[in-house]
Structure formats: structure tokens, C-alpha cells
Design a protein. Structure first.
Length: 714
């Protein structure tokens, strides 16, 4: 078609827009009487007839419901000339709206003859009328519009209008996208996109009024004035997220319950007011608030007298100390008039040192009071935020009627579904090797330790690595040979401050685990992850840490949690429990134990519905693979020592422990012989009877009759 204006008009019409020509005498207004087309579209033949004449050089669309809830957002030429459209893009990227911004820009963008930009969008819901999004003061008291919209009932000229349509004779030019790719946004997306431009409004507005209790107080001594000078916005806007601060010092904020976009600014001028441009908060939109006004609105329902009283109690404004009454600045205790002796500014008979002490005392009292009150407020807020009312039955009869739930396993016999698992390992026993073997088994569906059945684990494994350097861990993972690498994510935290018990860090951990769609979370190891969270020997501190992990697990929708932890160095050949508070062992649903002896590495497990006897782990150095020896396997050397011990007992019934060790070429302190005799006892192959301070040994069924009344040991 040789007439581009006609082609564009038909394309707009076919896409569901209400199309009309511009005025024949030039200008950006519609032609003729067009009000009727705000509620009813012309026919396609009418549109074709209008634009068939080559003399019709301009076309436009009527926005709103008649065009499928269409809206045009315009960056005026002055805004583009100042680079505000690029700043808007940077702001969108920084606030998580980069993808949305690209969707709009690549959907339909046109340049206007005056150097401005049009973006045409549709919304899933009805759009508002024409609005100015951002303006600034102009010359001679005027107003310069920067960004505005054409909404319901509004009209906008579109490309490829040209000729007399604009006074300059220049055309509207399509810069990106097409009529067919005009995007449709949700109401929330449209609001977020417009909020980016609202952030550039710099028109002065009437300040939020602030009432004061004591007009006779000198300016600056009032609690509200003092609060405005000392308070920080972070302390006031609880639950709001600081998105970023630009080079000019303007800080952009996002309201609670919103994951992307911006909702307000602070720091635009010397008064540092809060300017909210969304209607989705309790603040009045486009109304500047001082810190005192914002605090009063959020905490005292706009009751300034009540807020003033509360701030005075927190130490703002003039202080009150019981011993001294109200404390004023030191200047208030000097006489501005000369004395008879001609010396000016003399004290009025008051000990200024005592007054100064009263000031210091008042400040300290106010500070301590504020901290105490702040702690109560924060504790209450956190408790309310994290509280979820538990479900329950009126009586257990109802609960007992429920069908029994069959035990579900991730790895049958050793890893219940939804469990908290502690992996307690001796120093350098191969803890990380076992962790990597577990990760490979879970994501590749291979039998765990080449022994247990292949796991049921469709989700991702996320490892928080607090101990090993990034490079070394990567080398280990390559050796392991994980096939489904996309199902394992590493978060390297060695050398990083990551105190999980801090609420902000808890939220970050939840966000990360949710983004990664984590099914099994491994925190390796406990001691490094616990750093900065208290005393590892304190059951209270450790309990708080573990409870925080459970909260993160639940909030993030994580099914399983595994925490490797070390035994104490002094316990390597003794008690097999985690180093630190006893709460560590109590917390786990299942305890895995990895220990290293002269005979090799051994794995065992116990816990709720889990009981796995100690078995030998074979290690293949090249692939870093681990293989469990089997239900009866305890290693060739260990089995040989055990058999030799049984043979020695059979040949020398009634020998003491020391005598049998001598027969086997060792002594009672030999670790291997101790493991051998303990194993022989455990599997009921021999019996040991008390004999003074020692023990005598016999085969299971070969105890002499005269020893029958001797108490069996062990």
C-alpha cells in the first residue's frame, strides 16, 4: 500500500484501536466532531474512506476503553533533552523494573516532532483520564510538564503523521516495536511504570502541618524540631525498603508488600521531606512529609500532641530530670544585662557545673530510655511479623481419626523426608567429601554411598559453603562428576559476614533459597556459619541460631536441612558428639556420624525411625567417591583383627585383656585391638567377665560352670 498513513490507520483499527484523523487545517487535535468516538468506534470502511485521501496527513487514536484500555505515556521534549528518560531507565533497572521497562520500550515507542517520546500501552483494567506525572517550576512562575499521560477520553497523534500535522512540519516516527507488539500490562505493572516517572516531579507543594504543644518554647527545642534534626528515615519507615540513593543524594523507597518498583523519595531538598507518589499507602500521595509528620502519621494516627508527648519521653526536645526539673540550654542561665560592676553575661547565682551535669545526666537517661523503648517496639514488631497461628484440633479424638501417614523417605532408611540432619564428623574425616557425595546422589538419582536406594529428590540442592575456598570447592565438585549440574547451587560465604540470626540476613537467605527453588539446604559447617551469633557452648545462643534456620527453612519452603559439624579435637577418640552446646545433638531428627580410625572411615546413623550400624566407608581418591561396605562389612583389616581376637580367646579361655593383647603382639591401649574386641562383643561372638580390676574372656558358649555366677561385663 503506497499510503503509509492509511496503512497505519487500518493496522491500528484491526488491532482494536479507535482511529480518527487529525484536523485538516493542521495541529494535533482530532478532525471534526470526535466526541462520539469516545464511546463508539467508527467502522473500518469509514476509517478507510477518511485516510484514502493523500491530503490527510495525520492520524491519532482515542485512548481508554474504546481502544482496549489504551494509554499513552509521553516524555516531553524538554525531559528528553535533559536526559531524564535515560535517568528513568536507570531508576527502573535499579528498582527491579528493568524487564518491564524493556517490555514497554520494545513494544511501541515513537519519537515526536518536538523531540519527545510516546509509549503506547494497554492495561488489563480500565485506565484513568489524562494525568501529569511529573513537572517542575518554569520561568515567571510557570510550570514545565516533564512526563504526562493520555488516558480515558484523551487523544494522541501517532506515527507516521507528518506534514501540516505539526507546526514544524516534522513527522512522528516509529522508533521501536510495532502496532502488533503493543504490550498489555497488569494494573500493578502500569502503576509501577508510571511511578518511575512520578519520581521526577519537583513542584513545590504545601508542607504537612505540624502542631506543637508549647508555643512558648524556643524554636528548635521542641521534640518535633529535635526529631527532624536527629532521626533517620530508616528508623521511621519500618518495613519500607531503601532501593538506592542516586548521585544527587535522592533516596528511592519501596513500600511494604511490594517486590519491585519505587513508591517514594526522600532527600530531594534541604528540608529532606518524604514524597510518596503512590496511592497504595496510608500516606497522602504527592504530599511532602517531614520526619516528625511521617512518624506521627505511622505511629500516632496523625495525632501531633500524642506524638510530641511520646518523643519527649524518648528524649527529644528539652529534657526533664527529677532532681533538676526541666533543663534548658546553658545560655538560659546567664543574664543578658550588664551587672553594676560593668561585667556582662554573669550567671544568675546558679552553679553552671551542676547544670552541665544535669544536661549530661538527662541525655544519658534519654538515651537509655530510647534504647529500652526501641527494643520493646522492635521485639513486638518482629514477633507480630513472624507469628503464624498454629492449627489444632478441639480434642485428640478428632486427630486420632486421621489416617496414619506412611513414612516418606528421601533416601530410604537413612534420610526421612522433611528432616533436619546433623553430620557429625571428626577433624579431617572427609566431611565435605560426604556432603558432595550426598549432593551427587540427590540430583543424579544414584544410590547414596553406592549402598542405599536411589533417592526421590526432584528439586535443587543449595550448599552454603562457609569453610572451603571457592577454587578448591570447584575442583572437588569437578572430581565428583555431577551430571545434573543445573540442580546444584553454591553460595560461597567463606570470609563473608553473614550472621543468620540478624533479621535482614534471615530475609536475604529466604529470598535466595526461594529464588533457587531449594529442596535440600546444606549449611557447611555449623561452627563457621554460627560465627557472630553468640557462644557455641551456650544452649541459648545455639538454640536461637537453630530456630532461625528452622524459620528460614519454613519461610523459604525448603524440605530438608543438613548441617555438617565437627566433634571436639579432644573427643576424636572418645565421645562421638558435636563440638559445642548439647542443643546441637538434641535438634537433629537424624544424626549421621562420620569417624576416622586407624582402620579407616566409618559411617553410622541414628534418630527418629533411623538406626544404621557403623559400617566401613571405602574412598576412591580419583573420583572422590564413597562406598559403604555393607551391613556386615567392617573392613578386611578390622575383620582380621576381630577374627584373630576370637581365635585367641578360643585358644586361651580365661585370659585377661592384657594377656590376650600380648598374645596378639600388642597391648591394651592399642586402638585396633580395642576396636576388634569391642566389635566381637557387639556381635556376641565372645563374653568378658569381671575378674578383679580386669576382665577374663571366653567364647560365647564356653563359659566354665564355676564362672556362672560372675557378672557379665559390658
Amino acid at each position: 500500500m503506497s499510503n503509509p498513513v492509511l496503512q497505519a490507520a487500518l493496522d491500528f483499527y484491526d488491532a482494536g484501536f479507535c482511529v480518527v484523523p487529525t484536523a485538516t487545517g493542521g495541529g494535533k487535535a482530532p478532525h471534526g466532531k470526535w466526541k462520539e468516538f469516545q464511546s463508539e468506534r467508527p467502522s473500518r470502511s469509514q476509517v478507510a474512506q477518511w485516510f484514502a485521501n493523500d491530503s490527510v496527513q495525520g492520524l491519532g487514536i482515542i485512548c481508554g476503553a474504546i481502544s482496549g484500555n489504551a494509554i499513552m505515556i509521553e516524555a516531553e521534549g524538554r525531559a528528553v533533552a535533559d536526559g531524564l528518560h535515560m535517568q528513568a531507565r536507570e531508576l527502573a533497572d535499579a528498582s527491579g523494573l528493568g524487564e518491564l521497562f524493556s517490555k514497554v520500550v520494545n513494544g511501541y515507542t515513537e519519537m515526536t516532532p518536538s523531540g519527545g517520546i510516546h509509549w503506547i500501552i494497554r492495561c488489563e483494567e480500565e485506565v484513568e483520564g489524562n494525568k501529569k506525572l511529573a513537572s517542575r517550576p518554569g520561568e515567571n512562575g510557570g510550570v514545565e510538564v516533564l512526563f504526562e499521560t493520555r488516558g480515558t477520553g484523551g487523544f494522541t497523534v501517532t506515527a507516521p503523521s507528518h506534514g501540516i500535522t505539526h507546526e514544524s512540519g516534522q513527522p512522528w516516527v516509529l522508533a521501536a516495536g510495532s502496532i502488533a507488539s503493543i504490550p498489555t500490562l497488569t494494573r500493578e505493572e502500569l502503576n509501577a511504570f508510571q511511578d518511575v516517572f512520578r519520581a521526577f516531579d519537583s513542584m513545590p507543594a504545601k508542607e504537612q502541618t505540624i502542631e506543637e504543644l508549647s508555643p512558648e518554647q524556643p524554636q528548635g527545642d521542641r521534640p518535633g524540631d529535635d526529631f527532624n534534626q536527629k532521626a533517620k528515615w530508616e528508623e521511621i519507615l519500618i518495613g519500607w525498603k531503601k532501593v538506592f540513593t542516586d548521585k544527587a543524594g535522592v533516596t528511592y523507597w519501596r513500600r511494604p508488600d511490594k517486590s519491585v518498583g519505587i513508591s517514594a523519595t526522600t532527600g530531594k531538598n534541604a528540608n529532606d521531606r518524604l514524597y510518596v507518589f503512590t496511592t497504595s499507602t496510608t500516606f497522602q500521595a504527592e504530599q511532602p512529609y517531614s520526619k516528625f509528620a511521617a512518624y506521627t502519621h505511622l505511629n500516632h494516627n496523625d495525632n501531633f500532641k500524642q506524638a510530641t508527648k511520646a518523643l519527649r519521653g524518648l528524649g527529644y526536645g528539652l529534657h526533664v530530670v527529677p532532681e533538676y526539673g526541666q533543663i534548658r540550654p546553658l545560655e538560659a542561665y546567664t543574664d543578658p544585662q550588664p551587672s553594676l560592676e560593668g561585667e556582662s553575661m554573669q550567671p544568675r547565682g546558679i552553679d553552671l557545673a551542676e547544670v552541665a551535669h544535669a544536661h549530661r545526666l538527662a541525655e544519658e537517661v534519654a538515651s537509655l530510655r530510647a534504647k529500652r523503648e526501641a527494643r520493646k517496639v522492635l521485639d513486638a514488631e518482629e514477633a507480630a511479623r513472624n507469628f503464624v497461628k498454629p492449627s489444632y484440633f478441639a480434642h485428640i479424638g478428632l486427630e486420632l481419626e486421621l489416617p496414619d501417614e506412611e513414612m516418606e523417605w528421601v533416601i530410604e532408611d537413612v534420610f526421612p523426608q522433611g528432616a533436619n540432619i546433623s553430620l557429625t564428623a571428626q577433624y579431617k574425616a572427609g566431611k565435605t567429601t560426604l556432603v558432595n557425595a550426598l549432593a551427587k546422589s540427590l540430583v543424579d538419582g544414584e544410590p547414596f554411598l553406592n549402598y542405599y536406594k536411589a533417592p526421590l529428590h526432584p528439586g535443587r540442592v543449595v550448599i552454603f559453603n562457609f569453610e572451603v575456598s571457592k577454587g578448591q570447592y570447584r575442583r572437588w565438585l569437578k572430581d565428583v562428576g555431577i551430571v545434573n549440574v543445573e540442580k546444584v547451587s553454591m553460595v560461597h560465604l567463606r570470609g563473608e559476614r553473614f550472621p543468620i540470626i540478624a533479621k535482614e540476613i534471615e530475609d536475604i537467605a529466604v529470598e535466595m533459597l526461594q529464588e533457587l527453588n531449594c529442596q535440600t539446604w546444606i549449611v557447611d559447617p555449623f561452627a563457621a556459619a554460627f560465627a557472630g551469633c553468640g557462644d557455641e557452648n551456650s544452649n541459648s545462643d545455639v538454640g536461637n541460631f537453630l530456630q532461625t534456620l528452622d524459620v528460614i527453612k519454613k519461610r523459604a519452603g525448603v524440605s530438608n536441612l543438613v548441617i555438617p559439624m565437627h566433634t571436639g579435637r579432644a573427643q576424636e577418640h572418645g565421645i562421638e558428639r558435636a563440638r559445642g552446646a548439647t542443643r546441637l545433638d538434641d535438634w537433629a531428627d537424624v544424626r549421621w556420624l562420620l569417624k576416622k580410625t586407624d582402620e579407616g572411615r566409618f559411617f553410622s546413623a541414628d534418630g527418629r525411625d533411623v538406626l544404621q550400624d557403623e559400617q566401613l566407608l571405602k574412598y576412591e581418591e580419583e573420583s572422590r567417591a564413597l562406598t559403604l561396605g555393607g551391613s556386615d562389612a567392617r573392613g578386611a583389616k578390622r575383620r582380621s583383627l576381630e577374627d584373630r581376637w576370637v581365635d585367641a580367646v578360643e585358644e586361651n579361655p580365661g585370659f585377661t585383656t592384657s594377656q590376650l593383647c600380648e598374645v596378639l603382639g600388642g597391648d591394651a591401649k592399642n586402638r585396633g585391638l580395642k576396636v576388634a574386641r569391642d566389635s566381637a562383643l557387639k556381635y556376641n561372638r565372645v563374653k568378658a567377665l569381671d575378674h578383679g580390676t580386669s576382665k577374663t574372656w571366653y567364647l560365647k558358649n564356653a563359659i566354665p560352670a564355676f564362672q556362672a555366677d560372675i557378672s557379665e561385663a559390658n
